[in-house]
Design a binder for this molecule. Structure first.
Ligand SMILES: [Zn+2]
Length: 258
């Protein structure tokens, strides 16, 4: 069984490692920084087999060159973005085979945060970079709200038990904003309390599941009466589509000071 574990990097990034003990093989996702990854690999006598990238931002790709200097491995990344270290460009529908881990990952196109952002879907998990966060979603830097909404819907349609591995520990801030949008959502209140306990113990709140996100993440709830009402009150006008609701909630969050 593949094992996913986070290496905390910078102030709030997670670089994910996939291993399958007792095999020494390790695959690294979005190494924005190399030294902590190298340290983990050396300490545990792991062998790096591949690097997977979700999008071009520096806090996701910044450590790749240094890792490649130590060991030349294939680098998979979005075909629609220009990343100099990627030698295996992939797009939605492609499959990344990791034979040493006995794992095939399906590539999903999830543009919006960046123009070519991709996710990697395993048998019961998905590595989603900065597209879907626990309790929130990435900022729409390069795409349109419609693209981001479509990408989030693609992830929302994965089976409910799918474990979602995002690349940042933003959960408490996200859930506090979610509570602004939906002050009467009991599941959300419980999730926020649980996230506070988890962080107080120094543990990551990631992964979450699609079911949890559907119950508590306002960006996956743009079709629900409570979120529609909150967005319309915020905007002061009728919002006929879920994309309109998404755009208002995203803009609200962008300007939210907490
Ligand atoms: Zn990013």
């Amino acid at each position: 069984m593949p094992l996913l574990e986070p290496i905390p990097a910078f102030s709030d990034n997670y670089v994910w490692l996939i291993t399958d003990p007792p095999s020494p093989t390790v695959v690294v996702i979005d190494p924005g920084e190399a030294s902590l990854v190298t340290e983990a690999i050396q300490k545990r006598k792991l062998e790096l087999a591949a690097i997977l990238l979700t999008h071009h931002h520096g806090d996701h790709v910044g450590g790749v060159e240094e890792l490649l200097r130590a060991r030349k491995v294939p680098v998979f990344g979005p075909a629609r973005e220009s990343i100099s270290t990627v030698d295996h460009p992939v797009k939605g529908g492609d499959v990344v085979s990791l034979p040493d881990l006995g794992l095939d990952l399906e590539v999903l196109d999830v543009p919006g945060h960046t123009a070519g952002h991709i996710a990697y879907r395993g048998p019961d998990f998905a590595l989603v970079g900065d597209t879907l966060f626990a309790g929130g979603c990435g900022r729409v830097f390069e795409g349109t709200p419609e693209q981001m909404h479509t990408s989030l819907t693609r992830l929302a349609n994965l089976p409910g038990e799918t474990q979602i591995y995002c690349a940042h520990e933003y959960t408490i801030a996200n859930l506090r904003f979610a509570r602004e949008v939906e002050p009467h959502n009991d599941s959300l209140e419980k999730r926020l309390e649980a996230a506070h306990r988890t962080r107080a113990e120094g543990q990551p709140t990631v992964p979450s599941t699609i079911t949890e996100e559907l119950e508590t993440n306002p960006f996956l709830r743009c079709h629900t009466p409570a979120v529609i009402a909150a967005a319309e009150a915020r905007a002061g006008l009728d919002l006929p589509t879920a994309v309109d609701v998404f755009a208002v909630i995203r803009g609200w969050k962008d300007g939210w000071q907490g």
